[in-house]
Design a protein around this ligand. Structure first.
Ligand SMILES: *Cc1c(COP(=O)(O)O)cnc(C)c1O
Length: 338
């Protein structure tokens, strides 16, 4: 059976060209900061985002945790959106490892507004944990891949700074957001203290994420990475395809967005209630069609369509480089049959 894998954009395997970059790339020991390929990737990433420095980390989860560890102390309050990946999908690392207490803020579309931030910061008081860091997410996964503009991110970040907080951005899919707004990546980091972005999602690199920010942030992050066991040796074998991905795979994300649009139209015509996709994530409500999301995932799997459950009655489709326009048509045709 022809399998159409829409579970995630992390299923993208590296291209042949990407793998070929590994063969001849110069290598060294990255814990000694001696791997020329890692150094080249970090410099390229820092320039791309117009920040002082960047650091290769093993995953997005590790990058987010390192960013929190580097900018908080145990007992501090971390403000973040209720549906954020850091809170929802990262095994409680912010509490188990960084020892921070999360303060969750509900939003309609995924971005905490400056007003909401103001309402959620309590004045200094002997009883309260000290609020030190705000984390935002762009694109926002659980809100259906919704993208925010550099201006919107900046407004909230500015308010956070006024209130004495540092600001981290979980930009696992920041390249999708930049494509949606036709924005320069440099504009996203203007008011941020740290950013995490993934090389291994839509960009199709096999492994790796990066954190970026000021020199002093990256210095702390490097030490926390070592503590977490993320100091890697000839990491150039990861950096080389990562660099290729950063240089060559960003612009093609538009195809994933177009396929998500096409899938959305098909699902709507079939009577599914969906969250209008802006990027490569589409959340559909399966109630009225299937008993619940688990049943929907199972029925689609029987047809060769792989997706993930998202809530009681919601499922997520994620378009990616392994999915063609024909595949999208095939998904719609197969769903028509049931
Ligand atoms: C995937 C993802 C992460 C974590 O990345 P991993 O490499 O899977 O650990 C963090 N935040 C968001 C929004 C993500 O989608």
């Amino acid at each position: 059976m022809h399998i159409i894998d829409l579970r995630s954009d992390t299923i993208t395997i590296p291209t042949k060209e990407m793998l070929e970059t590994i063969i001849n790339t110069p290598l060294g020991d990255d814990v000694f900061e001696d791997d020329p390929t890692v150094n080249q990737l970090e410099e390229y990433a820092a320039n791309l985002f117009n920040v002082e420095d960047a650091l290769l980390v093993s995953s997005g989860t590790q990058g987010n945790l390192i960013s929190v560890l580097s900018q908080t102390k145990p007992g501090n309050e971390l403000l973040l959106e209720s549906q954020s990946h850091i809170y929802y999908y990262e095994v409680g690392g912010i509490s188990a490892v960084a020892g921070v207490i999360p303060k969750l803020i509900d939003t309609e579309h995924g971005l905490i507004s400056p007003e909401q931030l103001e309402q959620n910061i309590r004045p200094a008081n002997i009883h309260f944990p000290e609020p030190t860091l705000l984390s935002l997410e762009n694109t926002h996964n659980r809100h259906g891949g919704v993208a925010f503009s550099p201006e919107d991110i900046s407004k909230t970040a500015e308010k956070a700074h006024e209130l004495g907080l540092k600001v981290h951005l979980d930009g696992a899919r920041i390249f999708n957001a930049a494509i949606y707004y036709n924005a320069d990546l440099k504009d996203y980091t203007k008011n941020l203290d740290s950013i995490q972005f993934c090389l291994s999602k839509g960009l199709s690199a096999p492994i790796g994420s990066m954190v970026a920010g000021s020199e002093s942030f990256v210095k702390k992050a490097r030490k926390k990475r070592k503590m977490l066991g993320g100091g890697m040796r000839q990491a150039g074998v990861i950096a080389a395809p990562g660099l290729f991905a950063l240089k060559n795979m960003r612009t093609r994300l538009v195809e994933d967005h177009q396929n998500a649009q096409k899938l959305a139209i098909g699902l709507k015509n079939l009577g599914f209630k969906i969250t209008e996709p802006q990027t490569n994530i589409l959340v559909a409500d399966v109630s009225g069609k299937f008993e619940n999301s688990t049943v929907a995932v199972q029925k689609l799997e029987e047809l060769g369509i792989l997706i993930v459950p998202f809530g009681q009655t919601t499922v997520r489709f994620t378009t990616n480089r392994m999915i063609s326009e024909d595949d999208v048509n095939e998904v719609i045709e197969k769903l028509e049959q049931i």
